[in-house]
Each structure stands twice: as structure tokens, then as C-alpha cells.
Design a protein around this ligand. Structure first.
Ligand code: SF4
Length: 354
């Protein structure tokens, strides 16, 4: 079996430090996910990223602090007002603090506080300020909120927020009620306010064409993001996009690889994230995960072990729940041969134990 000479040349150049062009990204995204060339693409990105990020990974936790039927009404989202059945609720501050402490214990360097598209700005700002006083100092507070003004972003910065996740999504304005222009404006404001910008190619589904993927990825190539990456769409039953299903892990890895090779040489990009957290991603150029829960409580683990020991057990017995924990993420990174966890600045923070 012989691989395509043109793909070989692009990948060879990437190993020598030349980022791929948008046209090359389209070509690489056209490769069938289980072809020899797609495998070479993922392997090349793996080698490039291991070197670029010193074989180290980053963990950033995520907490949904409010939920409500959302006006953003995205055709893929669990919270979209047209098809959700959830009731409005706020997560109590004590619970947020407890979750933050578990994230910090598990090696997470920051936590994304997620809201709906519309949210109470003063409430969120005050929550961030309160958390900044009460949660471990090394855990950065990162905002994942709707479109807001530069002045509001500056207020968040003053309250202790260091970065914000914001994306002009795939098919924004078609599969959502927001406009690409508004999303891009908020991204520019994030940078203007001096916050780190966290970006991704999302929500990736099987229907997205190589051309639209490259177009969406390139906003994070043209503007200075701190983190780029890729997130797959989870098919939410009852949502309009449910019938499309979801991409395979090799396809998710292929897009992660393209993002990694497109951002070669960009000093501002400190990590490449993949969500859902998975091993294929770690072998495709990604080095950052978003754990859904922090370190499982030792007492809970012991109690579960004791209970399961009586009734037989599986290798999942130490897990607290189905949420992907910091312990799960560290285990995957260790299994993938990563040596350290890093901070959001890319500097080593702790050794990963084999
Ligand atoms: S704006 Fe966010 S929370 Fe609201 S429907 Fe869209 S993806 Fe869901």
C-alpha cells in the first residue's frame, strides 16, 4: 500500500514546522477517516504536538451554573427552548465551590462556568468574584457565556476571570438563533478586554463538509486563540439534528489533527483540546481534556468498592459516576504516555504517575 505523494509532502512539511494552508486542510479533511493517509495525518499531528507541548496535557473542568430553556435555540442542544423539557435552575454556590475543589484536587488548572445564551450578567459577575475568593487560587475561572459587551468582559476580568470560551459555531445562524457576526464581535471583544480566548471547531457532526470545517477552524488561525480544538456533537434525542448521529472517534481525531497542524508555530496556542475526552484524540495532536467532574471522593470510592466487592466487580468500580472525572482524564493521558500536566500558559505543573 502506497500513500498519496501530495499528502505525504504536506505532512512531511508539517514535521519541519510549516503549518498547513486552508486549501491543504480541506484536502486533508476530505480523506476517508480510515484511509492510510488519514492515519498518517493523525500520527503526524501526534508527533508534532508531543514535541510542541513537551508531551504534556491540560485539564480544564466544566460546570453548568445555570440552566433554562435557552433563547439561543440551537438545533443540536439539550437546552434549546423549542425542544427542551428542563426547568430553570441555578446551581447553589456551595455546590459550585465543592465541584471546583474536586477539580483542583484532580489537577485541573481552570474551570469553565457555563450559562445559557441569556443570563443575568450581575449575578454571574458577582458569582465569579465570590468564587475567586473561595476556590483554590491555582484554579482559573473561565467564562462560557452568551454574547456580551467589552465593558462587561472587563468587569468579569476585574472579578477574577482570566479567559472566555466563545465560538462562531459550525452553521451558526442556520442551526442557531445567533448570527456569525455577533459571535465574531464577542470574540474580538474578549481579546480587546485582555482575556484569553478559548476556541473550538464545534459542534462537529457527520454532515459538515471539509470546506465548512476549514472555514470555521480558520477563525482560530486568523485570530489569536489560547486554545483551539474540536468538539463532537452529541445527538440529543428530540432535537432537529438528532438524525445525523455523531462522528466516529477517528473522524474526531482527524479534525483535531488538522487543527493541530493549522496552528503550528502559533505561540499563542498553548493547547489543542478534544471533547469528548478520548484516547484517539491524544494520539491525533490533542493534549487537553474537559473533565465533567473533579476528583472522586475517597470515601465514596471506598464505599462503592466495598459494595461492589460483594456483588462482583468490573474495572469501572473505582469510578464515582458516569461523568468523566479528572481521574479518568489523567488515566487516559498516562496510558497515552503523557509525562506531565501543564498550566494554561503551557508550563509544567505536575508529573503524571504511571
Ligand atoms: S446558546 Fe448554548 S445553551 Fe443555548 S441553545 Fe445554543 S448551545 Fe444550547
Amino acid at each position: 500500500m502506497k500513500s498519496d505523494a501530495n499528502v505525504q509532502r504536506i505532512l512531511e512539511d508539517a514535521t519541519h514546522g510549516r503549518p498547513i494552508t486552508k486549501a491543504e486542510a480541506v484536502q486533508l479533511l476530505h480523506l476517508p477517516e480510515n484511509s492510510l493517509e488519514a492515519s498518517l495525518l493523525r500520527s503526524t499531528a501526534n508527533v508534532v504536538s508531543r514535541h510542541r507541548f513537551a508531551n504534556s496535557g491540560l485539564l480544564l473542568g466544566q460546570i453548568g451554573v445555570n440552566m433554562a430553556p435557552c433563547e439561543g435555540d440551537c438545533a443540536f442542544c439539550f437546552f434549546a427552548k423549542s425542544h427542551t423539557s428542563i426547568q430553570s435552575a441555578l446551581l447553589p454556590v456551595e455546590e459550585i465551590i465543592a465541584r471546583c475543589e474536586r477539580f483542583a484536587r484532580g489537577g485541573a488548572q481552570g474551570v469553565f462556568l457555563m450559562t445559557m445564551h441569556h443570563f443575568g450578567f450581575e449575578w454571574f459577575r458577582d458569582l465569579c468574584a465570590e468564587l475567586r475568593r473561595l476556590i483554590p487560587a491555582q484554579l482559573e475561572i473561565l467564562a462560557n457565556v452568551g454574547d456580551i459587551t467589552t465593558a462587561q468582559l472587563r468587569e468579569l476580568r476585574t472579578a477574577g476571570v482570566t479567559g472566555a470560551y466563545h465560538v462562531c459555531r459550525l452553521r451558526e445562524g442556520i442551526d442557531s438563533c445567533m448570527t456569525p457576526a455577533d459571535r465574531k464581535k464577542t470574540i474580538e471583544r474578549i481579546l480587546e478586554a485582555g482575556l484569553a480566548w478559548y476556541n473550538m471547531c464545534e459542534p462537529l457532526g457527520p454532515e459538515h463538509t471539509p470546506e465548512e470545517l476549514a472555514e470555521q477552524i480558520w477563525l482560530g488561525v486568523d485570530l489569536p486563540c489560547t486554545q483551539h480544538g474540536v468538539m463532537q456533537r452529541f445527538p440529543v434525542p428530540g432535537s432537529p439534528l438528532y438524525h445525523y448521529g455523531q462522528v466516529s472517534l477517528p473522524r474526531l481525531g482527524q479534525v483535531a489533527a488538522v487543527v493541530a497542524l493549522a496552528t503550528i508555530g502559533q505561540e499563542n496556542v498553548k493547547s489543542i483540546a478534544v471533547n469528548v475526552s478520548n484516547l484517539v484524540g491524544l494520539f491525533s495532536g490533542a493534549n487537553a481534556f474537559f473533565p465533567e467532574a473533579g476528583e472522586p471522593d475517597e470515601q465514596v470510592i471506598q464505599a462503592e468498592r466495598a459494595a461492589q466487592a460483594k456483588a462482583g466487580f468490573t474495572t469501572a468500580l473505582w469510578r464515582q459516576s458516569n461523568e468523566i472525572t479528572t481521574a479518568d482524564c489523567r488515566a487516559m493521558m498516562t496510558a497515552a504516555g503523557f509525562s506531565h500536566l501543564i498550566g494554561t500558559d503551557g508550563k509544567p505543573k505536575m508529573t503524571l504517575q504511571a
